[in-house]
Design a binder for this molecule. Structure first.
Ligand code: SAH
Length: 354
């Protein structure tokens, strides 16, 4: 039994069943035993690998998109370049290296990182030791008087979700309780839920809908700053438009495992509901685009060919595989989606359409 499993069981014994959201946030961010609080989970030796860890091309193309936004929006002297959930700091490092191609853009960037894990903050500090990033717990703490250039890759899928199952005109919440002293899923009694009134028309009894309370609040904060001061946000994640079905997933050592196994030691995510991210925002958003199409629009194949010229042997094989992995529909190209926020009346960032 993991130490966290013991903690979860005692809590359920004294306080009753918990929501999937509470289970997720405890497993991921418990200060002592949480998944992100205790480890650096990325890469071949870890549990999963993300786009920036696959290839530098991902961050380079995002860096160019952001530099273009900055030029389109009148080259402000100072901007907040902010990343939500920066992992190892690799994406930010790739963006900043590329930004040097436009020196006045690089000089304008004040770096802000939103990171909950003290362990990963240390890794980010080492990766970004040539810079002076400022860390925050929450997007509310980002400077409110600067244009905001925000990036989030695989951040929203780590936020806690509730899972609701349609039952007549109401919903039963999926909960985690105990069955013969083992963690087990159960259901609450049925109750109406105003936040899901709009889903009464497109769901039927037994359908499962996921709800992330934090995501729309975070998006609203980003959108308000972007509308007021300029800038853009680019969001990348596993997911789709409008949640339907159970997407809670646990991964341990690159393998899917049951969600209640190894709490605190396996990564827990869910597919992002992009519709919920952009509902009622005060700024404009692009259309949802697949990651593969976005990267092709920005010329990833040309960039891959240019980089390939200086590579040979295994390095070249890895590079070709990385290009395929980021863009191919059978790999990350289609299941990963992206969208951008930008001020009303401004051009969409390069790679996005409205
Ligand atoms: N963007 C990185 C890492 C993605 S993993 C990459 O592409 O490689 C998710 C990241 O979000 C981790 O850095 C994790 O510690 C952080 N995170 C998860 N939940 C968070 C929260 N509620 N607030 C701030 N950071 C969070």
């Amino acid at each position: 039994m993991t130490p966290l499993e013991q903690i979860l069981k005692s809590q359920i014994t004294t306080q009753g069943p918990m929501s999937v959201a509470e289970y997720m946030s405890t497993c991921l961010l418990h200060p002592e035993y949480g998944y992100y609080s205790t480890r650096d989970p990325f890469g071949a030796g870890g549990d999963f690998i993300t786009a920036p860890e696959i290839s530098q091309m991902f961050g380079e193309l995002i860096g160019l998109t952001l530099a273009q936004v900055w030029m389109d929006q009148g080259q402000p002297a100072k901007i907040a370049l902010a990343e939500l959930g920066p992992g190892r700091g690799t994406l930010m490092a790739d963006i900043l290296r590329t930004a040097k191609a436009v020196p006045s853009f690089a000089q304008a960037c004040e770096i802000h990182l939103i990171e909950a894990s003290p362990k990963l903050r240390e890794v980010q500090a080492a990766t970004l030791s040539a810079y002076t990033p400022v860390w925050h717990d929450h997007v509310n703490q980002l400077p409110s008087d600067l244009p905001l250039y925000a990036i989030a890759n695989e951040f929203f899928d780590a936020l806690p979700i509730r899972q609701m199952i349609r039952d007549g005109e109401g919903w039963r919440e999926r909960q985690i309780g105990l069955d013969n002293d083992a963690l087990a899923f159960g259901l609450s009694i049925s109750a109406p839920l105003a936040a899901l009134d709009h889903r009464l028309s497109d769901t039927k009894d037994g359908d499962l809908v996921e709800l992330c309370a934090q995501a729309p609040l975070i998006m609203r904060t980003l959108a308000e700053r972007i509308q007021a001061n300029g800038g853009a946000a680019v969001i990348f994640d596993y997911g789709d438009w409008r949640s339907l079905g159970d997407t809670l997933q646990a991964v341990y050592a690159h393998e899917k495992v049951p969600a209640l196994l190894k709490p605190g030691q396996s990564d827990l995510t869910s597919h992002v509901d992009f519709e919920a991210l952009i509902t009622d925002l005060p700024c404009t958003h692009s259309r949802l685009t697949t990651q593969g199409v976005f990267l092709e629009r920005l010329g990833i194949t040309d960039r891959a060919q240019a980089l390939a010229k200086s590579l040979g042997g295994t390095a070249l094989e890895h590079h070709i595989a990385a290009h395929r992995r980021l863009t191919h529909p059978d790999e990350m190209g289609t299941i990963f989606k992206t969208l951008a926020l930008f001020p009303k009346g401004a051009h969409p960032p390069a790679g996005y359409e409205v």
